[in-house]
Write a protein that binds this ligand. Structure first.
Ligand code: BES
Ligand code: MN
Ligand code: ZN
Length: 496
C-alpha cells in the first residue's frame, strides 16, 4: 500500500472509492457533499437521508454510486462532534475507513478527511498511521493466507491518495510510513510465540536493525553480565536453557553534537512462566507478550535510526525468559544487583523488576539526561487502569508531563500513579536490603518503588504497559494481538 498526497478538489479525484468524513454538528451534509462530482453527491445525499445517517462517531456507510462516475463507491464515516475532534479520532476513523475501503474491494482509493485545525502535519501522519495499522495483518504463522476468517482475502488496497492542501504532506507521509512500520515491527514481536521470539532472536533482530539503519549494537553475553555483577538479571535467566542476551543499541547524531541524551529500557521477558512461583495454566500462553516493552524499544530504535534526530538515544533490553528447572531460583534466594544492593526473592514471578534493576544501573552509567523504562510489569496496573491505559510513575514531574504530552500526540493513553514512599515498608527484608514484592494492594506502585532503588540521580520515568501492549479485539486501528504500544509515544517524545 502506497500513500500519496494530492491537492485536488474531492470531486476531481478518480479511483475505485472515496472515504468522506462528516461531522454530526458541522456544516450541512449537502454543503460538504457539494465538493463531490454532482452525480455522486446526489446519490450519497439520497442514501444518507434514507438511512437517517447522523454522522455519530464511528458510524459508517458504504454507498455504490455508479460506474461511470469519478468513483464507484463512497464510504462515509461519522466523525462525531466537531469540538471533540482530535488526532486520535482522525487516526481511528482513517483506520476504520481503510477497512471499509478494503471491504468495498477498492484498489485505488481517495481519503478526504478534515485535518485537525491546529495540527495539519500531524493530521496527515495520523491518517497514514491509522490506515497502515488497521490494515496490518499477521499471516506469518499460517500455511495459507486465503480467507482464514481474518478478513485478509479479496483485492488489496494498493494506492491511497490523501486529499490535502498541506504543502509538506509528502514529507509527513514518509515519516508516518516509518513510524507505522516500527509499530508493526513491535506488534509482530509481541504476537509471535515464545518458541520463535527467544532472547537470541531479539539479539539477532537488534543486530539486523543496527545494520539496516546504521546504529551501533553491543550484545552482552552471560559472562559479560557476570563480570558487571548483574546478579538480579542473571538470577532470572538461570533456569532457561536459552542464553540471556543483554542488548544495547546506540543512535548518535552524525554531527556528534546531541541536543540531549536518553536511555530507553524495555522489559524483555520472552516468556514468563512465573518460575517456581508458577502462574496458573489458564492464560499462561499470553505471557509471550512479556517482552512488549522490549518490542517498543526495538521498534523505536528502528524508527529513530531512519528519522535521525539530533538526540543521542540508547536502547536497552535485558532479554531472557522466566522458566522452571533444577537450576531455577528458589523463593527465598538472595541476589546481588550490579549496584551492590541485595534482594530477597520471595516471589519468582516478580521477575521483570529484577531484570530491570540491572538494566537501570547500566543505563545510569551512560550519563544520560533521562531514562525511560517500558515494562509489562504488573497485573495490578491492569486492575487499576484497565487494558487501554498505561501507568506512568516518575519522581520527575517535568519528564512525566513530557511523556504524557507525547502520548496524547501519539494516541497512546497514560495515567500517572503515585510513588508512595511509605509503601516500600512492605518490601523490607529480614535478611537482605529488600524483598522483590510488597503487599498485594498497590502492586503497581510497589513495583515502581522497587525500580527506584536502582536509579540514583538521573531523571527517570517508568511506564507500566502490561495492559495496552495486547488487544483482545479489533478496535479502531488496532487488531487482535500485539498493539505495538509505546513506539509512537517514544518517537513523539524523542522528536519533541
Ligand atoms: N509479566 C507479569 C505481569 C503481567 C501480568 C503482564 C498480566 C501482563 C499481563 C509480571 O512478571 C508478574 O508476574 N507480576 C506479578 C507480580 C507479583 C508476583 C508481585 C503480578 O502482577 O501478579
Ligand atoms: Mn512474572
Ligand atoms: Zn513478567
Amino acid at each position: 500500500m502506497d500513500f500519496q498526497a494530492i491537492d485536488v478538489a474531492p470531486g476531481e479525484y478518480r479511483g475505485d472509492a472515496l472515504l468522506v468524513g462528516l461531522f454530526e454538528d458541522g456544516p450541512e451534509f449537502a454543503s460538504v457533499l457539494a465538493g463531490l462530482e454532482p452525480a455522486v453527491a446526489t446519490t450519497v445525499g439520497e442514501v444518507l437521508g434514507e438511512e437517517e445517517f447522523k454522522a455519530k462517531l464511528h458510524s459508517k456507510l458504504t454507498i455504490r454510486v455508479g460506474n461511470a462516475t469519478s468513483v464507484r463507491k463512497v464510504v462515509v464515516i461519522g466523525l462525531g462532534s466537531q469540538n471533540k475532534y482530535s488526532l486520535e479520532i482522525l487516526r481511528e476513523c482513517a483506520g476504520e475507513g481503510a477497512r471499509a475501503l478494503k471491504s468495498a474491494r477498492a484498489v485505488q482509493a481517495g481519503v478526504w478527511l478534515p485535518e485537525v485545525k491546529t495540527e495539519p502535519m500531524l493530521s496527515i501522519e495520523a491518517i497514514v498511521e491509522g490506515c497502515r495499522l488497521a490494515l496490518h495483518q499477521d499471516e506469518r504463522f499460517r500455511s495459507h493466507s486465503d480467507n482464514n476468517g481474518a478478513g485478509s482475502g479479496g483485492p488489496q488496497l494498493t494506492t491511497v491518495s490523501i486529499i490535502t492542501q498541506f504543502p509538506d504532506a509528502q514529507a509527513a507521509i514518509g515519516r508516518a510510513d516509518i513510524i507505522a512500520e516500527g509499530t508493526i515491527f513491535a506488534r509482530e514481536l509481541v504476537s509471535a510465540p515464545a518458541n520463535y521470539v527467544t532472547p537470541p532472536y531479539l539479539a539477532e533482530q537488534a543486530i539486523a536493525i543496527a545494520q539496516a539503519v546504521d546504529l551501533s549494537c553491543e550484545i552482552l553475553e552471560k559472562e559479560d553480565c557476570e563480570r558487571l555483577g548483574m546478579g538480579a538479571y542473571l538470577g532470572v535467566a538461570q533456569a532457561s536453557d536459552l542464553p540471556p542476551k543483554f542488548i544495547h543499541l546506540t543512535y548518535k547524531p552524525a554531527d556528534g553534537k546531541p541536543r540531549k541524551r536518553l536511555a530507553i529500557i524495555g522489559k524483555g521477558l520472552t516468556f514468563d512462566s512465573g518460575g517456581l512461583s508458577i502462574k496458573p495454566a489458564k492464560g499462561m500462553e499470553l505471557m509471550k507478550m512479556d517482552m512488549g516493552g522490549a518490542a517498543a524499544t526495538l521498534g523505536a530504535a528502528k524508527v529513530i535510526g531512519q528519522l535521525k534526530p539530533d538526540i543521542e538515544v540508547h536502547f536497552i533490553v535485558a532479554a531472557t525468559e522466566n522458566m522452571i528447572s533444577g537450576r531455577a531460583m528458589h523463593p527465598g534466594d538472595i541476589l546481588k544487583a550490579s549496584n551492590g544492593k541485595t534482594i530477597e526473592v520471595d516471589n519468582t514471578d516478580a521477575e521483570g523488576r529484577l531484570t530491570l534493576a540491572d538494566a537501570l544501573v547500566y543505563a545510569e552509567k551512560l550519563n544520560v539526561d533521562a531514562i525511560i523504562d517500558l515494562a509489562t510489569l504488573t497485573g495490578a496496573c491492569i486492575v487499576a487502569l484497565g487494558n487501554d491505559i498505561a501507568g506512568i510513575f516518575s519522581p520527575n514531574h517535568e519528564l512525566s508531563q513530557q511523556i504524557q504530552t507525547a502520548g496524547e500526540l501519539a494516541g497512546e493513553k497514560y495515567w500517572q500513579l503515585p510513588m508512595e514512599e511509605g509503601y516500600f515498608e512492605g518490601m523490607k527484608s529480614m535478611v537482605a536490603d529488600m524483598r522483590n514484592t510488597g503487599s498485594r494492594e498497590g502492586g503497581a506502585i510497589t513495583a515502581a518503588l522497587f525500580l527506584k532503588q536502582f536509579v540514583e540521580k538521573t531523571p527517570w520515568a517508568h511506564l507500566d504497559v502490561a495492559g495496552p501492549v495486547w488487544s483482545e479485539k479489533q478496535k479502531g486501528y488496532l487488531n487482535k494481538g500485539g498493539t505495538g504500544f509505546g513506539v509512537r509515544t517514544l518517537i513523539r517524545f524523542i522528536l519533541a
